[in-house]
Ligand binder design. Structure first.
Ligand SMILES: C[S@@+](CC[C@H](N)C(=O)[O-])C[C@H]1O[C@@H](n2cnc3c(N)ncnc32)[C@H](O)[C@@H]1O
Length: 291
């Protein structure tokens, strides 16, 4: 354990471990996400009732464009327990997943605020339109009140329910976890898994700036974590997943962007990996023990 920590520090840059140490001394975990009600109310993204439903099916179209995924059935929500990592302020895919019959929705979201989710504004502007959208898409016997009750009854922050999650999901989260914290988070996910659990993680490797959705000047500069991006690339996310005890069946590059690296820190990557902007990682728990 201690040897592992020393190795981790040895392998990280001074910038990384100093900022990690500073955060720990201050008692902070990760980079901060403020989810206030006024902030959510002005964001078109959070209140869009079709966004997450469409995203789920779009990801699967992209993933299966070449060939069907052999374990796709294990991603059916009916009767299953689902864990979403970094679901955001309104439980991310949770309400959709519960509507589709999941037995339970668990989440790891350090900045979740129940008072925001259960405010009148969010019920009127998000949960009810989402209910209408879901009913139009899939039909339902549920009333809107029962839908809200279902979300309330069956969603929980992930605690210590080890071995309970059948499906693990995240969208645009793994790139935001500090490098030194990612192994712990993935090991927590691994411990949460049932024996035949599957996962899908969508990771955006871009610089998250501007509207061109590319890499900006990222590859002209040293590979140092910055403003809430860990700057890990596709092979490193795969390694982290494998180290935590998962098998990665597919890492499908969904979106690519132009990359012309000029800083030597990027020489260790293939051009294909540097151009991978959004990647969908899909796989299962590894039968072996958690590392
Ligand atoms: C870019 S947002 C993505 C939110 C949502 N999944 C979406 O697609 O809109 C990244 C999310 O990761 C969450 N996050 C940050 N650190 C985390 C951690 N250590 N564990 C779980 N989630 C974390 C943030 O609070 C934030 O909600």
């Amino acid at each position: 354990m201690i040897a592992g920590k020393i190795l981790k520090i040895w392998n990280s840059s001074p910038h990384e471990w100093i900022s990690g140490l500073r955060r720990r001394l201050r008692g902070e975990k990760g980079w901060e996400w403020a989810y206030s009600l006024p902030g959510i109310l002005v964001s078109r993204k959070h209140l869009n009732p079709t966004y997450l439903i469409d995203r789920w099916y779009r990801y699967w179209r992209v993933l299966e464009r070449q060939s069907p995924y052999e374990h796709r059935d294990r991603f059916k929500f009916e009767g299953r327990s689902v864990l979403e990592v970094g679901c955001g302020p309104l439980l991310g895919w949770g309400p959709f997943i519960l509507f589709r019959g999941a037995a339970r929705f668990m989440f790891i979201e350090p900045w979740f605020r129940p008072d925001v989710l259960w405010s009148d504004e969010i019920e009127d502007l998000y949960l009810r339109p989402l209910y209408t959208e879901l009913t139009a898409n899939f039909g339902s016997e549920l009333s809107p009140q029962r839908f809200c009750q279902l979300i309330n009854d069956r969603s929980d922050p992930f605690g210590d329910a080890e071995g309970s999650a059948d499906i693990i999901l995240s969208n645009s989260v793994l790139e935001h976890i500090p490098r030194e914290e990612l192994p712990d988070l993935l090991q927590q996910c691994r411990a949460a898994c049932s024996d035949d659990a599957v996962f899908i993680h969508a990771v955006d490797f871009g610089d998250h700036k501007g509207s061109d959705k590319g890499f900006g000047t990222m590859y002209d500069e040293p590979n140092r974590p910055r403003s809430n991006l860990n700057l890990l690339r596709k092979p490193e996310i795969e390694d982290c997943l494998v180290q935590a005890g998962f098998s990665v069946d597919r890492s499908v590059v969904y979106r690519r962007a132009h990359a012309s690296p000029s800083h030597p820190d990027w020489n260790n990557y293939t051009m294909e990996d540097l151009q991978a902007r959004v990647v969908l990682f899909v796989g299962r728990v590894n039968g072996g023990s958690c590392v």
